[in-house]
Design a protein around this ligand. Structure first.
Ligand SMILES: [Cu+2]
Length: 228
């Protein structure tokens, strides 16, 4: 697409395209420090339970230089230190032309960065540690927000097996159990996917593969959740 932030600098500012009040504040904060870029609206992300980059953007996008983050939200702190563009482009974590071979394209240990996609912009999403979690029950709903309305050929939703510890173990495909596989969705801005799991306690990772429908474009999202 011609406004892909991976290939074209983003220079537009359109508050109607921002998702939340936090997003607006993030844009204002950016303008306040003299930058012209705002988060791209060209793609999408799982926003609830928040994927890692989106969660760090949502919580700290209006205050991302606050040193308190190092203590209060250390995984986001290391992510902002590593590359702020991962958060400004929270909706750009994708690979093109994977041909459905997600396991081949995304090696173990790099699942949360989409196999270190976009020249490593999202590598800090793979850092092992105590990421902030979203509380969920056994039945919960994933929310994809896609300002570009790509639609979907399918989603694959995985949850880490009970016993996996996201705070000490790198995520691999063998740690995941497929809990939902959907059909196609039309080109709408928001998609909700009902998920049911059982036998989970504490911190887990929900791993979502979104196969967009406008071209062979695959997105990979780690959402940290707490089943307790
Ligand atoms: Cu896109």
């Amino acid at each position: 697409m011609n406004n892909d932030p991976a290939t074209t600098p983003v220079t537009t500012s359109d508050p109607r395209r921002t998702l939340t009040r936090t997003a607006v504040l993030g844009a204002v904060a950016l303008l306040g420090v003299g930058l012209s870029a705002v988060p791209a609206s060209a793609h999408g992300s799982i926003v609830d339970p928040a994927a890692r980059a989106y969660g760090c953007f949502e919580r700290w996008g209006s205050d991302h230089l606050n040193p308190d983050m190092a203590q209060e939200d250390p995984m986001c702190w290391q992510a902002w230190q590593a590359d702020p563009n991962a958060m400004w482009n929270w909706n750009g974590l994708y690979r093109d032309n994977v041909g459905g071979d997600h396991r081949g394209a995304v090696p173990d240990g790099t699942l949360c960065s989409g196999g270190q996609t976009q020249n490593g912009r999202y590598n800090a999403m793979d850092t092992v540690g105590a990421w902030e979690t979203t509380p969920v029950g056994d039945d919960f709903t994933l929310h994809l927000h896609d300002g570009a309305r790509h639609g979907a050929d399918y989603f694959q939703v995985y949850v880490t097996r009970e016993g996996f510890d996201p705070t000490t173990q790198a995520l691999g495909w063998g740690d995941l159990e497929l809990v939902e596989e959907t059909g196609s969705y039309p080109t709408v801005e928001d998609i909700w996917i009902d998920v049911s799991v059982s036998g989970r306690t504490g911190h887990h990772i929900v791993y979502t593969v979104w196969q967009a429908s406008h071209m062979d474009q695959s997105y990979y999202f780690c959402s940290d959740v707490d089943f307790s």
